[in-house]
Unconditional design. Structure first.
Length: 301
C-alpha cells in the first residue's frame, strides 16, 4: 500500500531493475531458504534441549610455550572386525597407552553437544580435544562415541575398496578417535586436528536433512552404501568434515542411525531418520543443480 515501508516482519520487498538483479534476488532467496532450513533442523536428534548452554570461546591458537605438559592415559578401541560382531554388540577391550600433551584453557568451538579445545602432544602433533557441554563424561559415554567412529571407519574402508578402480572415485576417511583421562579425573575425546586451511562443511545431519549448498554426490553414495551393506539395519549419517583434495574427504563426528533404538544414542534418529535422508537424497541433485544454475546466472549476468 502507498506510504508503507518496504520491510515487513515476515515479508521483504525488493526493487528489481534489471535481469541481473532478478537472477541475483532469486539466488539470494533460494540460498537463504536452504541455509535457514538446514540450520534450523540440523541439530534435531542431536539434542533434546531447546537452548544450549553458552560457553565462552577463544578462537586464538594458544602460545604453547606458556603451557606445561600433562600426562594422561589414552584409551582406544580396536578396529571393527565384522558387522555381525557389531550387531551382536560383542564386548570389546580398550587399548591403553600413555600420552603427554598440552591443552588450551578455553574451547575454540561449540557444537550442539560438545565443545572443542586446541591441543598439542609432546611429539608436536596438533590435536583437538572434545567434551560434552551439559553432561559429565564417563568411560561408558566416551566409549560409546568411539564405537560410532570406529564403525564409520569400517564402512569407509569397505567403500573405498569397492570403488577404488571407479573413475572419479573420491576416498572417504574418518579421523581416528580415542579418549584421554587427566590426573584430575576429567575425560575428553581426542583426535588429530584437521588442517587449518581446509574449509569445514556439513553435508547432511542425522535427521533427514541435506545441506543443499554443500551437496556432495560422494556423501550421498557413501550414505546409501552403508544402508545397503548393512541390509537396511543402519546408516552412517551426520556427514561433516573437509575436502583435502579432489580425491579425498576427511570426516569427523558422524552419527549412526539404526533400527535398534537402544543403540548409538543420543544421535540415533532410527528408521524415520534413514527414510528421510534417502528420500531427500533422491531430489538433492536437482535442488543442488538449480542453485548452481542460479549462481552461474548471477555470475554471468
Amino acid at each position: 500500500p502507498a506510504g508503507a515501508t518496504a520491510s515487513y516482519k515476515y515479508i521483504e520487498e525488493m526493487k528489481i531493475g534489471s535481469e541481473k538483479e532478478v537472477a541475483g534476488a532469486m539466488f539470494s532467496i533460494a540460498s537463504s531458504i536452504a541455509s535457514s532450513t538446514f540450520t534450523a533442523t540440523a541439530t534435531v536428534g542431536r539434542s533434546k534441549k531447546k537452548t544450549r548452554t553458552k560457553v565462552e570461546l577463544d578462537k586464538e591458537r594458544p602460545d604453547w610455550e606458556e603451557y606445561g605438559l600433562q600426562r594422561v592415559v589414552k584409551l582406544s578401541l580396536p578396529p571393527v572386525e565384522s558387522l555381525d560382531a557389531v550387531k551382536k554388540d560383542a564386548a570389546v577391550s580398550l587399548v591403553q597407552s600413555q600420552l603427554r600433551l598440552k591443552i588450551a584453557k578455553k574451547p575454540f568451538a561449540q557444537g550442539s553437544l560438545r565443545v572443542a579445545y586446541y591441543g598439542i602432544t609432546s611429539s608436536g602433533q596438533k590435536v583437538v580435544l572434545k567434551k560434552l557441554i551439559d553432561k559429565k563424561m564417563s568411560d561408558e559415554i566416551a566409549t560409546d562415541a568411539l564405537k560410532i567412529q570406529e564403525l564409520a571407519i569400517f564402512f569407509a574402508d569397505k567403500y573405498n575398496k569397492k570403488h577404488a578402480t571407479s573413475a572419479g572415485h573420491k576416498r572417504i576417511r574418518f579421523l581416528p578417535c580415542s579418549f584421554v583421562k587427566f590426573p584430575d579425573g576429567q575425560i575428553m575425546w581426542i583426535e588429530p586436528e584437521i588442517p587449518e586451511a581446509a574449509k569445514f562443511d556439513k553435508y547432511c545431519d542425522n535427521n533427514g536433512h541435506w545441506n543443499w549448498k554443500n551437496y556432495s554426490g560422494t556423501m550421498a553414495s557413501f550414505l546409501k552404501y552403508t544402508h545397503k551393506l548393512s541390509g537396511g539395519w543402519l546408516m552412517v549419517s551426520d556427514l561433516q568434515g573437509v575436502r583435502l583434495s579432489k580425491k579425498e574427504f576427511v570426516l569427523t563426528d558422524p552419527a549412526i542411525l539404526c533400527l535398534d533404538a537402544t543403540r548409538f544414542q543420543p544421535t540415533n534418529a532410527g528408521e524415520e531418520g534413514m527414510k528421510r535422508l534417502l528420500n531427500e537424497a533422491k531430489r538433492a541433485p536437482d535442488v543442488h543443480s538449480t542453485m548452481i544454475s542460479m549462481s552461474a546466472a548471477v555470475a554471468g549476468s
